[in-house]
Design a protein around this ligand. Structure first.
Ligand SMILES: Cc1cc2nc3c(=O)[nH]c(=O)nc-3n(C[C@H](O)[C@H](O)[C@H](O)COP(=O)(O)OP(=O)(O)OC[C@H]3O[C@@H](n4cnc5c(N)ncnc54)[C@H](O)[C@@H]3O)c2cc1C
Length: 419
């Protein structure tokens, strides 16, 4: 029976472990830096909105344990804040199926408890990875350890990594008491673009203390919303946040007069450089380990794709591991499958996310799409679909030519309908 070591008990590692353990054809050990209790009581690590394709992967593996408690996000409200030259612009797109955000502290802590027999608590080092392969204890070592130190084992791919510095400063706070969005008649996420400053995203979610809203500021470094210090307490974070909301998105400030943090660790401040890495990591001994999800594909969270890619990576590699069968897992096998994963799953969301990081205002064809979406609900809905299925964006959003063709078709359909 192939023996698989999975380093990292996050979205990817635990989904892969749960998938492989379903059938009992593999021996699986998860190496987790933290115990379940430590995960439960730490700071949040994400805003973790997951869309239908990733939720379906979780459902198939028995991991959809919070559906009845978690707000079902049915729509995406987008607001382009006004500038001296342009008015405020609002549009609401329906998602093709509800999205959900279950705090990773809730999810990973419970899954660690449930997989207890297969978990070893340890912060794995490069020497440990050598040891797992050296002693023949494992046939394959998967590194799904997020953006931590082990990522350095995997070389950066410059042609897929256009940035060398963080493109946004990230400031997250989980809050209770936010009033519902008056412009949306269902539960919706609210994506606000503030030209020259960044984005403010509101996400209804489930956290350790019940349902909540997550207010996520993506600040352009050095810009007017880059005002959150790493050491802020949740209460101090909220004071800074309320000031930011009053200055840049007063419509959100009105919804936030009564907000309080959901728990004593409810905020997160940080930044990282979006980086794509080679998924085959070579240890000092020359042996190969396989890097998955954020280790090798760390995109800015502005498009909410990382957890979704992590779940899809788990499903993809579970199948590849099953297809491989017995025998050594060689670097060539890793490389061939990794190339396929990049083409089938990773490339489009990475390109889309990196383009959204470009300086404001949006490219002219994107501005045209947003304008059309305020007039034609089908365009707004298609934006919602893009978050769920980024590949769809290739057909109409990613280039000026595709956008022109698509918007032409929409207008023609509309004219035919009214004539
Ligand atoms: C502010 C923010 C908001 C985000 N919002 C969204 C969103 O809305 N939607 C979305 O899809 N994505 C979002 N993401 C991205 C998403 O959280 C990640 O892409 C996803 O969690 C990656 O999963 P992973 O399994 O690769 O890594 P992680 O979930 O980070 O898990 C890695 C695990 O490995 C452990 N670990 C690290 N080093 C070691 C070691 N040496 N030994 C053992 N264990 C180790 C860590 O403790 C952790 O538990 C967001 C990210 C951020 C920072």
């Amino acid at each position: 029976m192939p023996k698989i070591a999975i380093v990292g008990a996050g979205q990817c590692g635990l989904t892969l472990a749960a998938g492989l353990l379903r059938t009992g054809d593999h021996e699986v050990t998860v190496i987790s830096a933290l115990t379940a209790d430590q995960v439960r009581t730490r700071r949040p690590t994400s805003t973790q909105v997951m869309f239908e394709p990733a939720l379906a992967i979780e459902r198939d593996r028995g991991l959809a344990l919070w559906d009845d408690q978690t707000p079902a996000i049915e729509a995406l409200h987008m607001t382009l804040a006004p500038t001296p030259q342009t008015p405020r612009l609002d549009l609401v797109g329906r998602l093709p199926a509800p999205a959900r955000s279950v705090d990773q502290r809730v999810k990973m802590a419970r899954l660690l408890d449930e997989m207890d027999r297969h978990v070893r608590t340890r912060t794995a080092t490069v020497d440990d990875l050598e040891g797992y392969l050296d002693s023949g204890s494992y046939d394959l070592v998967v590194v799904a350890a997020g953006r931590g130190e082990l990522a350095e084992l995997f070389t950066r791919i410059p042609e897929r990594s256009p940035y060398t510095t963080p493109q946004r400063k990230l400031a997250v706070c989980y809050v209770r008491g936010m009033r519902p969005d008056p412009d949306v008649d269902v539960v919706g996420g609210h994506f606000n673009v503030v030209p020259g400053a960044g984005e403010i995203i509101v996400i209804p979610a489930l956290t350790t203390t019940g349902t909540c809203d997550i207010i996520f500021v993506e600040a352009i470094p050095g810009g007017p919303m880059d005002v959150f210090d790493a050491g802020l307490s949740p209460e101090a974070h909220l004071r800074v946040l309320q000031d930011v909301l009053r200055r840049h998105t007063p419509w959100l400030a009105e919804r936030c007069t009564e907000i309080t943090p959901t728990d004593p660790h409810a905020n997160l401040v940080g930044a990282f450089t979006p980086t794509v890495r080679n998924p085959v990591g070579i240890l000092p001994s020359g042996r190969a380990v396989l890097g998955l999800a954020d280790v090798v594909l760390a995109n800015d969270p502005i498009t909410a794709q990382g957890s979704n890619i992590a779940a899809r990576a788990a499903a993809f590699w579970e199948q590849a591991i099953r297809d491989h069968g017995e025998g050594p897992f060689r670097a060539g096998w890793m490389r061939t499958n990794a190339d396929r994963f990049w083409t089938e799953v990773g490339e489009t969301p990475t390109r889309w996310t990196n383009e959204l990081m470009l300086p404001h205002p949006p490219a002219p064809h994107v501005a045209q799409i947003l304008g059309a979406a305020t007039q034609f609900p089908e365009v707004a809905d298609r934006i919602g679909r893009g978050f769920t299925d980024p590949d769809d964006l290739n057909d109409w959003f990613m280039t000026p030519e595709a956008a022109e063709r698509y918007l032409g078709e929409v207008v023609a359909r509309h004219q035919a309908a009214i004539s």
